[in-house]
Design a protein around this ligand. Structure first.
Ligand SMILES: *Cc1c(COP(=O)(O)O)cnc(C)c1O
Length: 398
């Protein structure tokens, strides 16, 4: 017997829903995997990208587009695509620009998983790579081949926080007719917008400081020019898209990214100076300190905050005497969580030798300036006095 089924009849509430979506101060979450089309011609036009509109979530969805618009504004980019993770954004960049048989120049100081993707997985599909010290411009120039398509660097490296020579690399890339891809995750567009320094492509892991609340995996890729349709095609075809709910959380996180990064950068500078005074600390790396090897470049490439102060970032690295001292330090202060990630609202710490850089040999780590006693702080937005107090207490234990 037929009765009320309770099923959702698409369109029944369309007028009210449409008005609600337009007037809601917090944007709605469009979880729909598919959208109704008016007729075959309209469906075909939307699916081929000839006309605007939503058909299938993997191709496009409103929450992804909203987040992409925020990224465009932050980076002053012409286009942006949002992906399911930072690694998906890197994959999209490579898949869109490099063919089998072509070549990529890879910075020797990339995020470990990025190096793994580019040197191991990309190699399996015929993409060749050279791992190069990208602070040595002559070495970069020498490594470029006729088949080179891409140079991949990070704005701020992990954990010693070198600042990439973006202007020189962009100039070199332009001459060689290759593209410069910059992973801006450690900096965020609050500190630096590599497109302004003529990078061709910029990627971000939104999972870190951009979202800022450790509850989302997302990535973004953006740039200048007329490449949106091609990039969307790569993201949709390789299945790299983000989910609407994650995109919604990411949009919310981005609303406070300037506030959070400015405050955390101010904290980081004060903490770095505080640590420099401490007898148990042999070395402090922070690009906002005049002692940092890239201090001048930081002043040139990085933005200033509302009060005019240089924003040199939220990350600080420092060195204790050895690995045992680092272990005692970490165990002494559970209030500062030991998590091998970064960009949280509150301060966290990591130990590169046992986490991000564990795959390297001790000699390779030494070459990059990473001792067993190195601690990397991801400074948060809490009171600076409180963080310094906790650090002092933990340092006594070393
Ligand atoms: C975390 C990170 C990535 C990868 O991002 P996911 O969102 O974790 O996939 C890439 N580059 C850098 C510098 C990172 O810190």
């Amino acid at each position: 017997m037929a009765g009320p089924s309770g099923e959702h009849v698409p369109g029944r509430m369309n007028r009210d829903l449409g008005r609600a979506a337009e007037t809601a101060l917090s944007p709605p979450i469009f979880l729909s995997s598919v959208y109704r089309c008016d007729d075959p011609a309209q469906a075909a036009a939307m699916l081929s990208g000839e006309s605007d509109g939503y058909v299938y979530q993997r191709d496009r969805h409103p929450n992804g587009d909203l987040l992409a618009a925020q990224i465009c504004e932050l980076h002053q980019a012409d286009w942006a695509v949002v992906t399911g993770s930072g690694m998906a954004a890197l994959s999209a960049a490579v898949l869109a620009t490099v063919n089998a048989g072509q070549h990529v120049v890879v910075s020797s100081q990339l995020y470990g998983k990025s190096t793994h993707l580019l040197t191991q997985h990309a190699a399996r599909v015929g993409i060749e790579t050279s791992v190069v010290d990208t602070f040595d411009l002559a070495a970069v120039r020498e490594s470029i081949r006729p088949s080179t398509r891409l140079i991949v660097v990070e704005t701020l490296t992990n954990p010693v926080l070198r600042v990439a020579p973006l202007e020189e690399l962009a100039e070199l890339a332009r001459h060689a007719r290759v593209e410069l891809l910059v992973d801006n995750t450690f900096a965020s567009p609050v500190l630096c917008r590599p497109l302004q320094w003529q990078a061709n492509l910029v990627m971000e892991s939104l999972s870190k400081v951009m979202n800022g609340h450790s509850d989302v995996m997302l990535g973004a890729l953006c740039g200048r020019g007329n490449r949106l349709a091609a990039m969307r095609d790569v993201v949709s075809s390789w299945g790299l898209a983000c989910s609407p709910f994650d995109a919604w959380l990411g949009s919310r996180g981005l609303q406070t990214v300037s506030l959070r990064v400015e405050r955390a950068s101010q904290n980081a500078l004060r903490i770095a100076k505080h640590l420099q005074q401490h007898a148990a600390v042999s070395r402090v790396e922070y690009p906002g300190l005049a002692t940092h090897v890239d201090f001048n470049r930081t002043q040139r490439l990085f933005n200033r905050g509302e009060n005019g102060d240089l924003l040199a970032g939220t990350m600080v690295a420092f060195e204790l005497s050895d690995g045992d001292a680092a272990t005692r330090f970490i165990r002494a202060g559970q209030e500062i969580p030991f998590c091998p990630s970064l960009g949280e609202v509150s301060t966290t710490l990591s130990h590169p030798a046992s986490t991000s850089h564990r795959a390297l040999s001790a000699a390779q780590r030494r070459e990059l300036g990473i001792g067993d006693g190195m601690i990397r702080l991801s400074v948060g937005t809490e009171s600076c006095e409180r963080i310094c107090e906790l650090m002092d207490r933990m340092l006594v234990a070393t």
